[in-house]
Each structure stands twice: as C-alpha cells, then as structure tokens.
Design a protein around this ligand. Structure first.
Ligand code: NAI
Ligand code: MG
Length: 491
C-alpha cells in the first residue's frame, strides 16, 4: 500500500450528510404572464403572434410565455439598432462608460433577483448563480466600462472605430453571464446590439431589458429578440455587421458556412472536451476538489468543463477512490436550495442527450459509478457520474456530453499526457495539477487549448481572454482581446 492510500484510510468521510432544507424564496422575482420582444426601447408583440412557454427544469412548471420572433421581427430589431448606432457611436466615450457603469451597479444591486430567476429558469444551484454568474456578469460591465474611453490606449496607433450593429446569439448554460460577455464589450466599443437568448432560458435577458431602461440607455442600443434557432438564423442573415455566437459546434459551423464570403465579422465560442491532467506529485485532495469543480459545476453544462480526467498511472487508484468518496457528499436537488451542489439538467432535450451518451459508455465497456442519491420525481435530473476503464476511442471520451459525466483515463509520461489530451477535435481549455512549476509551463506550451488552468479549474475573470482552438471556435472574449472583434481599424 502506498502512503497516500494509508492516509485516505485514516480520514473517513462522515456517514450522514443530511442537511435541513434551506430554500431561497422566489418572492423577489415577479414574472409577467407574457413577454414580447424588446425593440427600440419598448416591448413589441411578435408580428405573427406566436409565443412559446418557458418552464422551470426543477419541476417542469410553466413560468411565462415568450415571443417567437420571425424574420420581420428580427429585421425591425436590427433597424432599431442601426438607427441608435448613429448617435451611440458618436457619443463621447466617457458618456458610454457612464451607462455601462450604471448597468454594472444596477446588476449588483438587483443581483439576488437575477440569481433567483436564473436558477428558476435554468436549473443551476442558487449558490452558483448567486456567487458566480451574477458577480461575474456585473464585473464584465464594470471592466468594459473602464475601457470605453481608453480605446486609443488599448490599441495604440490603430484608430479603433465601432463596427455598427452586432448580432449576438447565446446559449442556455450561463444565460445572463453570456449576455454580459457579449453586450459589455460591444457597447464599450461603440456598437449597438441585437441579442437572442437561448429558447430554454430567456427570462434573465428579458429582465435585463428592465435594467437597460433603469439605466436610461438610449432606445435601440440594446435590443432583445427571443425565439428558437430560426430566430438565430434570421439574425445571422440580417443586416448586421458582426455575429458573435456561443453554442454548439454544429450550429457554429452552419453559421460560418452561411457567412463565408460576406463582409460580416464572426466570432465563435463552441464546444469542448477538456483534459484535466493530474500528475503524481500533485496535492491530491486539492486536485480532487478541482476535478469535482471541473465537471460537476453547473451540472457539467460548461463548454470548458474538465470532462476528460487524465490521471498518472501510479496514483490512479487513490485518485479514483478519493473522487468517489467526494462524489458521495455532493448534494443533488432543488436548485433553489442554498445547500445544493448539483441542480437540475437544463432541458428534456439535454437530459436525453446525456442519457444517450451514458448508455453508449456502458455499451462500449466502460465502468460506471454514481453515488447513491435520491433524485426528485418531477423535473430533469442526472446523478453525478464517473466512468472508469475508458478507452480513447469511446464516444464518452470523444464527444461533448455537456452533463455531470466524467471519463477517467490514464497516462505514464508527460509526453503521453500531452498526446492524449490533444487527441480531440476540440481545444477550449485544459487543467494541470502538479507541484512543479517548470512542468506547468512545459505542458501549457504543448496543450492545444485556449485556456490552461494550473492547480485550479473553471476560474474566470473579465480581464482574462477566453476562447478556443480547432473546433472550439475562434475569437476571444474577455480582456483587451475581447474588444478587438467589436472594432474596425484603419491599419
Ligand atoms: P445550439 O447551438 O443549438 O444553441 C445555442 C444557441 O444557438 C441558441 O440560442 C439557439 O437558439 C441558437 N441556434 C440554434 N440553431 C441556430 C441556427 N441555425 N442559427 C443561429 N442560431 C441558432 O445548442 P443546443 O441545441 O441548445 O445544445 C446542443 C449541444 O450543443 C449541447 O448538448 C452541448 O453539447 C452543445 N452546447 C455547447 C455550448 C457551449 O457553450 N459550448 C452551449 C450550448 C450547447
Ligand atoms: Mg440546437
């Protein structure tokens, strides 16, 4: 037995992890029965009169009716943005900053309301929407507000100019945060926007319209159109100067094909299958926390989720054992309970996809472990899952599952770790766990991933650029790099 194993034997996990319920009240949120589209500063009913229902994935209860925007509606929103762009783009940059600071402050003030709504509509634990999504969303507005009047210093001798109108299409895993990633840099750079939230999570974007009004942003600077993929496609085809998309690689590719040969600028933030790599000299308990955070955070609905765990062969057994013990302490359940670690799966569709891939993993011969946990009867749920005995060719090691499912593989040498980690069509993120600084740098240089975390995982900051290689997309969001795609330059 190794030392590590002996130590684990002396630190038993308490048997009972029952917590009293600690539900967050939903009273702070007031929903309308029906939402139209936010165009030119006011609410507009979709012309075809089509609406769809948005529900809570925690119990499938209906929350509100939301408009399905068609091509004409999208064109009206783009026109409103175009008109607003005449004045917004010429406004003193310090004035633009003022509005962005206001939005940031209002988001911070109303953060509890937004956090509750985010968890209600999307299924993520309130602990995460409260402590991660909302503070980061406000931070993005604060950060880009600071750049609005310093663009010449950000890009010296390049004469930055706004592009005009940006069309922005976002997914359902971080609804408000992705809105902030998109809108803050676009506005700071002097553009106006038409944004389409995902069909399963439109409510925080619709509540954001209230913030836009409260901040007295000129009408038409921010327009929100709701609807499904057809609405997104109409926006791609609309009279916009740029498309910024975050979502599946499949749709990203379709958009790229659609825009080939046009003058429209494009950035794509797509899927991932990140390698989280643990060397035998790593602090194992910290690494296990990082593994858990890497894959079970937000139910694994994270493009940069550490969904492939690579463990150095000599420590494989203690790592897997520690991981399983830790998984048994994860509390799965009501997203609005403050103790919940793993909330509801975002939609029936996503649950079906997770179930299908997990079945494929079993069929191909991987060994599955799920800690005993009682799942609520109503709503969409999936227990935290780990697969061992995974071969690199298995679908669960190749495809993005976008759920709380981890595949464990092994390696012997750093070279082998690099080779296996890079053996994927994706390249969004990676994690390295080791005590050795030189090894971190050696690995980071060789990993084909846009973001490489060392001895941590899933850390975000508005000052840091984020984006992918290969089929994970192109273009960067966050930091100075995130401003560039929203600007035209003389050079
Ligand atoms: P999706 O890519 O279809 O949806 C993302 C956004 O694109 C939504 O707002 C959607 O309405 C819009 N959209 C859909 N079709 C479009 C089109 N033809 N033109 C323009 N916009 C369009 O993703 P979906 O179907 O929700 O999820 C499928 C899989 O994609 C997930 O299981 C996951 O693996 C992956 N995904 C990855 C994300 C990431 O952040 N990397 C985010 C969402 C999904
Ligand atoms: Mg889709």
């Amino acid at each position: 037995m190794t030392d590590v194993e002996k130590r684990t034997d002396r630190s038993p996990v308490p048997a009972d992890w029952t917590y009293a319920p600690a539900p967050e009240s939903t009273e702070i949120v007031s929903l309308r029965e029906r939402y139209g589209l936010f165009v030119g500063g006011s609410w507009m009913a979709p012309r075809a009169g089509e609406f769809f229902e948005t529900i809570s994935p925690r119990d499938e209860s209906p929350l509100a009716q939301v408009g399905q925007a068609d091509e004409e509606d999208v064109a009206a929103a783009v026109e409103a943005a175009r008109e607003a762009s005449q004045t917004w783009s010429k406004l003193a940059p310090s004035e633009r900053a003022k509005y962005l600071f206001r939005i940031a402050r209002i988001l911070a003030e109303r953060s509890r309301e937004f956090a509750v709504l985010e968890s209600l509509n999307g299924g993520k634990p309130i602990k995460e929407s409260r402590d991660v999504d909302l503070p980061l969303a406000a931070a993005h507005f604060f950060y880009y507000a600071g750049w609005a009047d310093k663009l010449e210093y950000a890009f010296p001798n390049r004469r930055p100019k706004p592009l005009g109108v940006a069309g922005q299409i976002i997914p359902w895993n971080f609804p408000l945060l992705m809105l902030a990633w998109k809108i803050a840099p676009a506005l700071a750079a002097g553009n106006t926007v038409v944004l389409k939230p995902a069909e399963t999570t439109p409510l925080t974007a619709l509540l954001f319209c209230d913030v836009v009004r409260q901040a007295e942003l000129p009408p038409g600077v921010v327009n929100i159109v709701t609807g499904d993929g057809r609405t997104g496609a109409a926006l791609v085809d609309g009279d916009v100067d740029k498309i910024a998309f975050t979502g599946s690689t499949e749709v990203g590719k379709a958009i790229q094909r659609r825009l080939a040969g046009s003058d429209k600028k494009l950035t794509l933030e797509l899927g991932g299958k990140a390698a989280n790599i643990v060397f035998d000299d790593a602090a194992l308990d910290q690494a296990v926390e990082g593994i858990v955070n890497g894959i079970y955070f937000n139910q694994g609905h994270v493009c940069c989720a550490g969904s492939r765990l690579f463990v150095q062969e000599s420590i494989y057994e203690p790592v897997v054992e520690k991981l399983k013990r830790r998984m048994a302490t994860l509390r799965v359940g009501d997203p609005l309970d403050k103790n919940t670690d793993v909330g509801a799966i975002n939609s029936r569709m996503q649950l079906d996809k997770i179930e299908e891939l997990v079945a494929a993993g079993r069929d191909e011969g991987a060994e599955i472990y799920q800690p005993p946990c009682r799942l609520p009867e109503k709503g969409y749920w999936f227990a935290p899952t780990v697969f061992t005995n995974v071969a690199q060719s298995y679908r669960i090691a190749q495809e993005e599952i976008f759920g709380p499912v981890l595949s464990v593989l092994t390696f012997r040498t750093p070279d082998e770790a690099v080779e296996k980690a890079n053996n994927t069509p994706y390249g969004l993120s990676a994690g390295i766990w080791t005590e050795k600084g030189s090894r971190i740098l050696w690995m980071a240089e060789r990993l084909r991933a846009g973001v490489v975390w060392a001895n941590t995982f899933n850390r975000f900051d508005p000052t840091s650029p984020f984006g992918g290689y290969k089929e994970s997309g192109f273009g960067r969001e966050g930091g100075l790099h995130g401003l560039e795609p929203y600007l035209a330059f003389d050079d």
